[in-house]
Design a protein around this ligand. Structure first.
Ligand code: NAD
Ligand code: DAU
Length: 331
């Protein structure tokens, strides 16, 4: 099995490469990553000897064609992934998330290679706080931000390539991931590293927004389940029933790091801030038999805090610039 993993130097992609080589040491893994500000080759250090690393863009059609030609499967993680950045400068989101996906689809179509598309629950928009509903594969697409609209667009390209060109492809839409190697711009690592740096954590608005947290290892085990058993053309929603509002998550970080419960600042809210995400993963659980393993959020968060404590050299180089950017926007 020769597998092309795009975005393998990012948060979820790097964890996916680690998990893949741990569970399938016989696989050949090729990583294609542009090493944008969000990519970090150091995230692959523990497996560097076992991975073929290519620095380049998924939007480079010639490069993508050459790499896909020699592979059995493509798992496409590469993306511009941060909502806040997409509000400031949407163009890289269109280029990577739409044009990049297009280049991969044309290559898998030409070479008859199986394709798995990593997407997000944000394509469905948001839910009210008191709505008992969760997102299902039947929920209509209704994305809110430039980020989520480009992810929605890329999902629709995949569906069209399945229908029109009969490519062998699956899609997964997952909720919010946490765990090691997540960039310090994101909510959980930002607050943990703020505490470790002696800065006050920052909560957007009142902090009532709900996210459905899943450990990155569970997201990736679900992707492997879909690669092994998923039906072509199908969409699978990945989630672990981890709904929590941002105030609760921050409260737990403060408690686990020994900080007073009020040691944080409320800052300017995100424009168009989605209120609540929630995943109904029944299809994945019942049809493919997947279940999550990291179901104790408190334990998973404590382990994540320990990881950031032990790996300051990994995140410290980005921290100052990220915080300067947030401060300039009152966040
Ligand atoms: P990330 O920002 O940590 O990593 C993205 C990676 O893609 C980086 O290594 C970056 O260098 C690379 N990249 C960016 N542009 C590229 C390009 N043009 N060509 C090649 N590589 C490029 O993102 P993440 O959080 O690991 O997300 C990975 C995927 O999972 C994305 O598709 C995202 O939409 C999806 N997703 C993320 C979450 C989450 O909670 N983080 C949840 C659901 C789905
Ligand atoms: O739902 C899946 C999505 O989850 C993925 O598609 C995205 O790639 C990923 O970034 C994530 O999107 P969010 O916008 O939900 O994640 P973020 O970490 O940016 O923010 C999580 C919540 O925390 C959100 O309600 C905004 C809030 N927040 C964020 C930051 C950075 C704060 O309150 N303070 C902060 O400093």
């Amino acid at each position: 099995m020769r597998m092309l993993v795009t975005g393998g130097a990012g948060f979820i992609g790097a964890n996916f490469v680690h998990q893949t080589l741990r569970d399938h040491p016989e696989y050949e893994v090729v990583v294609l990553d542009a090493l944008t500000y969000a990519g970090n080759e150091a995230s692959l250090a523990p497996v560097r000897e076992d991975v073929e690393f290519v620095q380049g863009s998924v939007a480079d059609a010639d490069l993508v064609d050459r790499l896909v030609a020699g592979c059995d499967v493509v798992v496409h993680f590469a993306a511009e992934s941060h909502n806040d950045n997409s509000l400031r400068d949407p163009w890289p989101f269109l280029q990577t998330n739409i044009v990049g996906t297009f280049a991969l689809l044309e290559a898998v179509r030409k070479h008859g290679v199986r394709y798995h598309h990593i997407s997000t629950d944000e394509v469905y928009g948001d839910l009210e706080l008191d709505d008992p509903a969760k997102f299902t594969p039947q929920t209509p697409y209704n994305p809110s931000s430039p980020y989520s609209s480009t992810k929605a667009g890329s999902d629709l390209l995949v569906r069209a390539w399945v229908r029109s060109f009969d490519i062998h492809a699956t899609i997964s839409n997952c909720s919010n991931n946490y765990g090691p190697y997540q960039h310090v711009e994101k909510f959980i690592p930002r607050q943990i590293t703020n505490v470790l740096c002696g800065l006050r954590p920052k909560l957007y608005g009142a902090g009532e927004n709900v996210r459905d947290w899943i450990h990155v290892e569970d997201h990736n085990s679900a992707v492997h389940t879909i690669l092994d058993q998923g039906r072509s053309g199908e969409t699978y929603l990945i989630g672990a029933d981890g709904e929590r509002n941002n105030r609760e998550v921050l409260g737990l970080i403060l408690e686990l790091t020994g900080q007073p419960a009020d040691a944080f600042d409320h800052v300017t809210d995100r424009a168009g801030h989605d209120l609540r995400y929630a995943i109904d993963a029944t299809k994945l659980r019942t049809e493919l038999g997947w279940s999550p393993r990291y179901t104790d959020f408190r334990d998973g968060l404590a382990a994540t805090i320990d990881w950031y404590r032990a790996n300051e050299g990994w995140w410290r180089p980005q921290k100052e610039q990220v915080e300067a950017g947030y401060a300039a926007r009152g966040q």
